[in-house]
Design a protein. Structure first.
Length: 84
């Protein structure tokens, strides 16, 4: 069963989920999210104190929504764009 196509596809899905959670769904770069550490009761995440406007959240592709955090760089860039 270890080398079955099912086992390989499960591993691929697992790797895809890990990639999604560790990378910003907008730019694809590491999002430096602290949720994993928080789940281990070890840290906090900057995003817990942020307010993400609907206009920023709408930039996330629908298939990737609620699966990964937007990185601080994208959040700040959006904030700067909306100020002008």
């Amino acid at each position: 069963m270890r080398n079955s196509p099912f086992a390989r596809s499960e591993r691929a899905v697992s790797l895809r989920r890990e990639h999604l959670t560790m990378n910003c769904p907008i730019c694809g770069k590491p999002n430096e999210c602290g949720i994993k550490a928080v789940q281990e009761e070890a840290a906090d995440c900057w995003c817990f104190r942020e307010n993400f406007p609907k206009s920023l959240l709408q930039q996330v592709p629908e298939a990737d929504r609620n699966k990964a955090c937007i990185c601080k760089s994208c959040a700040m860039a959006h904030q700067n764009q909306t100020k002008t």
